[in-house]
Design a protein around this ligand. Structure first.
Ligand code: TYM
Length: 372
């Protein structure tokens, strides 16, 4: 397989070498000691932490130091609303919800409708704003605490956000932005400015409370460049550097690469009808052999199997059962058709419930949305 890969906030392609990303980005690995430290507070570990799917961080020890001193953090995460939400987007939100429940903290969720207008030539402002509301329904459907969760659309909060974004922007030179994001002469100036908007929710709560409050940002590792820049700027404005917990990418259902909204068959969207979702799973790429006989003899390869990774990332919380499935696959005792059927049943069950909650979320949307 090709060793070529790319991880930027706007493009994730190829076979990602996470060790190299860790080195290049300068993030820390979440090791056993840190997991034990988290467990001391949470009693158990979320499956995505246990399985090292959230594998890297910045300043997580400091967040826990502050927490232990009674200085609670808030959570911040977000979504660039370029279309419907897919399961890959939900992946960091599941951990975020778990962290909110375990630590009983506030969550600020940013819908970057401006970002998606600026970076996607096919989308107009009304469309990205529309998807900001659509995606907000998915956030609410996951059950975040309504008393402790606020959702911001950048356009709807332009007055507050622009004010603070300019404070950030003034401290970022073009040369830093260029070196961090690889911008060229053909990059529009809105995109160059944009990283300042994504920095705002990392300190807005400190502005509003009139004191410094630690911020923890769960996200997949593609978003790290934004926060690397924000971490340099924030102390210059008198705020703490935001901490983060960083995840791997949930692969697509077709061979190679992550789930992508631009390749609809590679992803299951929360709005897919159940028949379509089932069909996508049943035609997914697996690590199986060419024939049943060969599969029985040689076994399958769960390492490259998208169906297995769906179990691992979301749909099998029980470690022993996951291991049993992997072993059965390796030994040729289970066939791809059986795994696909099991997964499709779980996906359908999840979607059925999620879509119901998504409908109900429409009644409470206004309670979550902040407007200037
Ligand atoms: P966006 O909309 O590209 O992605 C939303 C969140 O999902 C993560 N993600 C994935 N995680 C696992 N597997 C995948 N296949 C996958 N695809 C996307 C992203 O890392 C992200 O956490 N600029 C951001 C929006 C944003 C934001 C934030 C994200 C604003 N503030 C703070 C995280 C934290 C964006 O376009 O995300």
């Amino acid at each position: 397989m090709s060793k070529e890969f790319k991880v930027t906030p706007w493009e994730v392609t190829g076979d990602i070498d996470y060790d190299k990303v860790v080195k290049d980005f300068g993030v820390q690995i979440i090791d056993k000691k840190l997991l034990e430290r988290i467990k001391k507070h949470t009693g158990e570990l979320h499956p995505t932490l246990r399985r090292n799917l959230f594998f890297a961080h910045r300043d997580l020890n400091w967040i826990l130091d502050e927490y232990e001193k009674g200085n609670k953090f808030f959570l911040y995460t977000g979504r660039g609303p370029s279309g419907n939400t897919h399961l890959g987007h939900l992946f960091p939100w599941f951990l975020t919800k778990w962290l909110q429940d375990k630590f009983d903290v506030k969550l600020f969720f940013q819908m970057t409708d401006d970002e998606k207008f600026l970076t996607n030539s096919k989308l107009d402002i009304e469309t990205t704003k529309h998807f900001a509301y659509e995606n907000a329904l998915d956030v609410i459907a996951l059950g975040f605490n309504p008393k402790k969760t606020k959702i911001y659309s950048d356009y709807d909060n332009a007055k507050t956000f622009y004010y603070h974004a300019t404070r950030v922007a003034k401290k970022i030179t073009f040369s830093t932005a260029k070196a961090t994001f690889g911008f060229g002469n053909d990059t529009n100036v809105g995109q160059i400015f944009y990283t300042s908007m994504q920095a705002v929710p990392a300190f807005l709560e400190s502005v509003e409370q009139g004191k410094n409050i630690p911020c923890l940002i769960p996200h997949a590792i593609d978003q790290d460049p934004h926060f690397r820049v924000a971490r340099d700027v924030m102390p210059k404005l008198g705020y703490y550097k935001p901490a983060s917990v960083q995840g791997m990418f949930m692969p697509g259902l077709v061979e190679g690469g992550k789930m992508s909204a631009s390749k609809p068959d590679s992803a299951i969207f929360t709005t897919d009808d159940l028949k379509t979702a089932k069909k996508k799973v049943m035609s997914a790429f697996t690590g199986g052999q060419a024939s049943i006989e060969e599969q029985r003899k040689k076994g399958g390869n769960s390492e490259i199997c998208s169906v297995f990774s769906y179990f691992k990332f979301i749909f099998e919380e029980n470690d022993a059962k996951l291991e049993k499935r992997q072993k059965a696959c390796k030994e040729g005792k289970i066939l791809c058709g059986e795994c696909k059927k099991d997964l499709s049943e779980r996906v359908v069950k999840f979607l059925e419930k999620h879509q119901e909650k998504r409908e109900k979320a429409k009644d409470v949307l206004d309670k979550f949305l902040v407007k200037d």
